[in-house]
Write a protein that binds this ligand. Sequence first.
Ligand SMILES: [Zn+2]
Length: 292
Amino acid sequence: MSPVAPLVESRTIGRWKAHAIQAGGQKLDGGAMFGVVPKPLWERRIAPDERNRIQLGMRCLLIEHESGLVLIDSGAGNKENEKFHDIYGVENRGSSGLTQLEDGLQQLGVRPKDISLAICTHLHFDHAGGSTTRNADGQVVPTFPKARYVVQAGEYDYATHTNERTAASYFPHNFVPVKESGQFDFVTGEKEIVKGISVMPTPGHVPYHQGIKLESDGEVAFYVADLVPTTSHLPLPWIMGYDVEPLVTLETKRRILARAADERWLLVFEHDAKTPWSRIEHDGKAYVLAKQ
Ligand SMILES: [Zn+2]
């Protein structure tokens, strides 16, 4: 059994049906996931394995929007080798589809060609790897042939001009084929993409990271992605060592979590192995999951 079941969890956001699809498991070094937080503190929240890695998910979000099906992030895809899967603890092979993402879509009766909009928070391999697929001929092609793909223009530039520190997370085959097929719509800053679904810059993890705000009939959900990868990352200084600008992450978190608590946003947690979504509140010391 997958370490991160269930495959699909569904609810409504306003008048839309929303489905969290668990695109697979991933294991990353616990120290790196919690930055400067000492192990005696973080291991109480998520126990590490014998290689000091913690179990994470790679949760995508599918929205049944009036304009068509909208998919947010795409998991790790099917293009990496065994060694890579071992190092990063990626377990995302599909039982009937190519990956767990395709399995989840299939469970919902959705084919890749039914997706009309594919938004990525950023282009790291565990968020955009499923945006392209290695097909039976060995060619790498966009997974969603009829979709427009949305990412910040600055993120594409950042992903294609890497340095020694950033290169390990950006693989050109995850995004260059989408550019070549003409399916990217690059955006700059905050923008409503279709009615009620907006991208909002949330920098820090990478400079052009974006969150996705979903607003329908007065209910607001926010897909935080790597700003708050798991529910254990709600305290402001619990910031990943992977972030290229951790002090920028801190200020983005301060701003976004204050709004989320005040305005009762439903946060969607991409990397949490168990909890797909929750509202949050401040308990006087830190942000915590709201009781309801
Ligand atoms: Zn990332």
